[in-house]
Design a binder for this molecule. Structure first.
Ligand code: PLP
Length: 439
């Protein structure tokens, strides 16, 4: 039996990665899960000439640690797709979920609300930029974007969405057409996706925005203030304010997708700083590990939905799920009480310092970083090499993902609880992994 996780553990590997237990589970998974997901195995094996790149199977996580089915301990620099901002299983969230589970697991969406949902809506309004105090809750990031698209349609009477290259907003059908990250995600469904979407370059000049919006077709401009999956790209200074100004001049609303970058991860509560959109989408960290999202908007914009006529125009069975709402209440409280933006800023500086000291280029903010890797000779590593570095790091007990349309950066979004010792160990493992890959 391995020792209980502390959350601050360094990697401890007791089998090869993936180990026999993980491989066994992956065989079961491959038999029963849609191959679009499990075929990673065959695809990776074909690409790398090795079947042992199967994913390892998670069984436990705490703080910045993940443990797999074989008892191997990892340090997670992804925070599980940027969800575990407060660490995996943060104590305040676990306590809130336990208490909620003792009283009410499920309420009735739009028909009969419950207390946790009402308290959460109030807490979200208090934390949101001024004026964005009315929300539509969802379960996934895509749900929140979907709500933003529908809201803009109702409020402006226009269906067009202006989005940006490299933007990623989820893969559900209603939002799929807005992603500008990988055409391959949209192509098979092009005929049934939202057709009225135009993409401009992220950070494009004001004239291009002006020209596109001049058509009067767009009700919504959808933008990630700090692009995540598209390569951890920071918007040029002043650009977000320009987007809002030009959109408003042309009668379009602006939605900021802060699903990944919001709630303190970038060192600020909201990545867009003091630029306020009409709609603000949050998710990921919001539920502290439970699925929950929200699309926040101004009263004026949300009023475009009109009052419920008895049957809600937009709802779902699990709308405002009590467990998720209780968890999110604890998350928001912890973010404020423990100054999580400040911690992300400070820990991000430590992580950035460790990487730049080794000659790597680091972009992003706080604990949302994209690293362009350099060899000791100053050569820039490319996408395939970055993928190989990710696998080499995994074999050393560190969980990382690439980002960017060509996997051009290593994406680091660790939990804010990651310790200096874990960061040092990661930086050392990165040196070894790069040396291994370019050898
Ligand atoms: C910026 C951004 N928006 C939206 C989404 C979609 O969220 P979900 O996968 O929960 O639907 C993601 C997911 O990675 C994201 O990073």
């Amino acid at each position: 039996m391995p020792a209980p996780l502390t959350g601050a553990d360094l990697p401890q590997l007791v089998t090869e990665i993936p180990g026999p237990a993980s491989r066994g589970w992956i065989d079961v998974l491959a038999a029963h899960e849609c191959p679009a997901i499990t075929s990673r195995r065959a695809r990776r094996a074909a690409a790398m000439g090795a079947a042992h790149d199967d994913p390892f199977v998670w069984s436990e996580a705490l703080g910045a640690n993940v443990r797999d089915a074989d008892g191997n301990t990892f340090v997670d620099l992804t925070a599980g797709f940027a969800v575990a901002l407060l660490g995996h299983r943060p104590p305040s969230v676990v306590a809130a979920v336990r208490a909620q589970a003792d009283t009410l697991l499920h309420a009735m969406g739009d028909a009969w609300p419950d207390v946790a949902r009402i308290k959460l809506l109030e807490a979200l309004a208090a934390l949101a930029p001024a004026g964005l105090d009315v929300a539509l809750l969802g379960l996934s990031g895509a749900d929140a974007i979907d709500a933003a698209i529908k809201t803009a349609r109702l409020a402006t009477g226009r269906s067009g969405v202006l989005a940006f290259d490299g933007g990623y907003h989820g893969l559900a059908l209603g939002v799929l057409g807005t992603q500008g990250y990988k055409a391959a995600f949209t192509d098979p469904f092009r005929d049934i996706t939202h057709g009225a979407v135009t993409h401009l370059p992220f950070g494009c000049d004001a004239d291009a925005l002006d020209a596109a919006l001049d058509s009067g077709a767009f009700g919504l401009v959808l933008v990630e203030p700090l692009q995540g999956r598209g390569g951890v790209r920071v918007a040029p200074d002043g650009w977000l304010a320009t987007v809002v100004e030009i959109a408003h001049r042309h009668g379009a609303l602006v939605a900021f997708d802060e699903i990944q970058c919001g709630l303190g991860r970038t060192g600020r509560m909201w990545a867009a700083g003091d630029v306020t959109p009409d709609l603000l989408c949050v998710g990921k960290a919001l539920g502290g590990g439970l699925p929950l999202s929200a699309c926040l908007g101004t009263r004026a914009v949300m009023d475009a939905w009109g009052a419920s006529q008895g049957e809600a125009l937009h709802t779902q069975t699990f709308l405002g799920h009590p467990l998720g709402c209780a968890a999110a209440l604890a998350v928001l409280d912890t973010i404020v009480r423990e100054d999580i933006p400040g911690r992300c800023e400070a820990v991000g500086a430590t992580l950035t310092g460790a990487l730049t000291a080794r000659g790597h280029h680091v972009q992003g903010r706080g604990l949302m970083l994209g690293v362009t890797l350099k060899s000791t000779h100053g050569l820039t590593l490319g996408g395939m090499q970055n993928l190989a570095v990710c696998r080499a790091l995994q074999r050393r007990g560190f969980i990382v993902l690439p980002a960017g349309m060509q996997a051009e950066v290593l994406c680091l979004t660790p939990p804010s609880t990651i310790t200096p010792a874990q960061i040092d160990a990661f930086a050392a493992a990165l040196d070894q992994s790069i040396a291994e890959v370019i050898a």
